[in-house]
Write a protein that binds this ligand. Structure first.
Ligand code: CP
Ligand code: NVA
Length: 302
């Protein structure tokens, strides 16, 4: 059985196949009225809506469940919750604070477990990012194209580096000291075959890049560090001046939600280089393509 806890649960070939399936506008109703549980420990605008609609388009029944209702490790263990939900649903998606909870659910579950964002990774976001990079830049292939990520080396950045590697891009990440990827993550990038460089200077990372990406400085669960992070990241705002360092045709991406005026200015987010609304809409196509691939790989037939 296949789970998706991070992008490197897929081979390069599988990830690229998901991107092809994402373009299927008239997908088979492969779920055939079966349930998909969507558990959320944190808020969501894009992930919940895109996953629910993707399940409906595949002929299934999405069920949104909050942690407040089922109480991960409060009302019962995360393992018992996964075993229970697996009795009703064909897939369990979960957005959790701790990645370890997802790993425990995946070990206990008899159906695939899909990460809808954890403190460590956001693979469905990265599939939409790869789809957007491919459609916006990849007409003649993404090999040799450079993606610059500026900001916190967080969950979104980690999955993004892996996905960009899988579509053949070179990735440079600029983060302040203390907010970089740990050695195990860098090793994992290298094992997966990513062309990855860590830098401190945003201008150096962005120089000549074909895509510039950023995310919030304080992720969900880090609200108490907001002020400290605003001070540390003050030179990491993606503004028009930084964008002039990139290739003249460079696009700007952000997973959203954005804290306007902090990690990105209004002028960039709303400017001509921005592709954030296409990227956001691609969450639906990428998730539907991924579910289709996952179900086919777990014996479902249409
Ligand atoms: N990008 C993303 O995952 O957005 P939500 O938190 O709104 O789902
Ligand atoms: N890094 C952000 C992404 C939100 C989609 C967070 O974890 O809050």
């Amino acid at each position: 059985m296949r789970h998706l806890l991070d992008i490197d649960d897929l081979t390069f070939e599988e990830l690229n196949r998901v991107l092809v399936l994402a373009e299927k506008s008239n997908p088979p109703r492969i779920l055939n009225d079966k349930g998909v549980a969507l558990l959320f420990e944190k808020p969501s605008s894009r992930t919940r809506s895109s996953a629910e609609i993707a399940v409906v388009q595949l002929g299934g029944h999405p069920m949104y469940i909050t942690a407040r209702e089922v109480g991960f490790d409060v009302r019962e263990t995360a393992e018992d919750l996964a075993r229970t939900l697996a009795g009703y649903h064909s897939v369990i998606g979960a957005r959790v604070f701790s990645h370890g909870v997802l790993q425990r659910m995946a070990e206990a579950s008899t159906v695939p477990v899909v990460n809808l964002l954890s403190d460590l990774a956001h693979p469905l976001q990265a599939l939409a990012d790869a789809l957007t990079l491919k459609s916006e830049l990849g007409q003649s292939g993404l090999e040799g194209r450079t993606l610059a990520y500026v900001g916190d080396s967080n969950n979104v950045a980690r999955s993004l580096v892996l996905a960009a590697g899988a579509v053949g891009m070179t990735v440079r990440v600029a983060s302040p000291s203390g907010y970089t990827f740990d050695a195990a993550t860098v090793e994992r990038f290298s094992q997966y075959g990513c062309d990855f460089t860590a830098l401190e200077d945003p201008a150096e990372a962005v120089k000549g890049a074909h895509a510039v990406y950023t995310d919030v400085w304080a992720s969900m669960g880090q609200e108490d560090q907001k002020e400290e992070r605003r001070a540390t990241f003050k030179d990491y705002t993606v503004d028009e001046k930084l964008m002039t360092q990139a290739s003249p045709e460079a696009i700007f991406l952000h997973c959203l939600p954005a804290k306007r005026g902090y990690e990105v200015t209004d002028a960039v987010l709303d400017g001509p280089a921005s592709r954030v609304w296409v990227q956001s809409a691609n969450r639906l196509h990428a998730t539907r393509g991924f579910f289709l691939w996952l179900l086919e790989h777990n014996g479902f037939t249409s």
